[in-house]
Ligand binder design. Sequence first.
Ligand code: ADP
Ligand code: MG
Length: 428
Amino acid sequence: MTKILSISDHIDKINENSVVVVRVDFNVPLNHSKIGWRVANDERIKASLPTIQLVSQRGAKVVLISHLGRPKSDKDKHLSLEPVAKYLTEKLHIPVRFVPDLIGQKAHQAIMEAKSGDVLLLENLRFFQEEKANDQEFSKKLASLGNLYVNEAFSASHRAHASVVGITKYLPSFAGIRLTEEISILNNLIDKPKKPFVLIIGGAKISDKVGMLKYLASKADLILVGGACANTFLKAEGLEIYRSRVEEIDAENKNAFVKLAKELITQVKTEKVLKDNYIPLPKLLFPFDVLAGRKIDEKNRDKVKKIALHTNMKDEEENEPWMYLDIGPKTRQLYAELIAQAETVFWNGPMGVWENPLFATGTRTIARAIVQSRAHSVVGGGDTIAAAHHFHLDRKFSFVSIAGGAALEYLSGKTLPGIKPLIKFTPN
Ligand code: ADP
Ligand code: MG
């Protein structure tokens, strides 16, 4: 059994003499307007507030550190964290002092002058190349900002960077409240999901998802595949996909993912699930009908074609530039009926190009089926959450993971470099 060292279980270690360095993920989308840069989506900021408040209420000085975007150097001033500090103060009523420095004299001075319970936000970690290099000296300098460290940036914890890995060598290190919660929710999916456990995978890039798919294949009772990821499986089954989006790694390894898909299909071949307690279905399902268009931004409904997929379809449709852009009505219906029987659902990846209303029905149907079922539902992935939000369903899931790619890596069975230092091993 692994247990995370959560700050809420060790709160007695924090008092008025503490200076707590909290690594947050304030890498939020910023919009430029006449009045300057504004925060466009604040989910990750909000998720860190309970930890910030807890530490501040204990009387400690709170030193927030984060990255923002991909600056080439500290000359990329538009990637300053200053607008985020303003946002925290004005919108979320957390008075935050922004310090335009990270490890220099100015930062140390500001921390020294701060009063008990004050919150400071320092400048973008990635203004320093040493952050991504997990540089030892830089890590030490970050550690010298305080006397205790809290990681509240799960979404950055799959990268071995100084602010999530290096720093933990030099300070007592704990997990933030939200990070602890995310890990516990994901651990439940891995260790003891209530059965039937239905895994729903879609979206664009199978490369992001294949690790999780392989790891969870034996734990899930049913795997429903959609989106461009499904095209990989269709190809593996020898079905025609025309010009549909399908991911290949590179010229040499052209069919690596198709091979992987084939392996997965074979791996679970003998396992069946019973629909309505008597209809046997394969455990791994991909679409048997699709909505196809000639272009992603097709606006004319009459030009969208329903295609039933079967092995000898090439002849009749030869040279057609079809792209499969959503799961078809029959697939949609079957998936929804199967989701209704679930007790646990994990969903990552839209079923189609939901940004175009003509190809949004698959994703909307699946989102609705999940929230209407009695299942404990966990949803993750930036685009999946955006789609769910678009359909006004995002508040209805049991848990929305904001950890992005880090959650997918965690669900691949990996010990993430930033999580490892926060784990306490307890005997079974
Ligand atoms: P997430 O961010 O939730 O992990 P992804 O980034 O993997 O999801 O995929 C989201 C994108 O996949 C969407 O922008 C959507 O347009 C695209 N997509 C889904 N299905 C298809 C498809 N059949 N063909 C092309 N693109 C697709
Ligand atoms: Mg995405």
